[in-house]
Design a binder for this molecule. Structure first.
Ligand SMILES: [Cu+2]
Length: 126
């Protein structure tokens, strides 16, 4: 590879890193698909997630997220429930307070103005 090609490749990689979110994951339950992302790496404490619901019928719904960690030896069950803010066009933002590192289960509750509500399951590792 010549020098110019190397510089070009480095620039491409740099641009990709700048645009990418620190965390991205797709959650799917049945026909409902939600793209989760965070600009910052997930950590214990407050995390802000962006949720994009791909299904047309849930573009303007009420969305809440339950994060929980089952009881572990020497540790009780932990849980927090947060309401998401609708940003329009199926995009929602939610703040989650995750008390410790580890694996958190997520239940995303989506309640449309009309029609059936759904629950999409996912998990976060931090
Ligand atoms: Cu725990």
């Amino acid at each position: 590879m010549n020098r110019l090609a190397k510089i070009f490749l480095a620039a491409l990689l740099g641009a990709a890193l700048l645009q990418g979110a620190a965390f991205e994951k797709t959650a799917k339950t049945g026909a409902t698909q939600v793209e989760l992302s965070s600009e910052k790496p997930l950590t214990s404490g407050k995390n802000t997630l962006t949720l994009v619901v791909l299904n047309e019928e849930y573009k303007d719904a009420a969305v809440s997220v339950k994060a929980f960690m089952p009881a572990m030896p020497g540790m009780p069950h932990m849980e927090s429930l947060s309401e998401a803010v609708s940003l329009g066009k199926g995009k929602y933002r939610v703040d989650l307070n995750l008390a410790m590192r580890g694996t958190w289960q997520l239940h995303i509750f989506i309640t449309p103005k009309e029609g059936k509500k759904v629950r999409v399951k996912s998990s976060l590792n931090l």
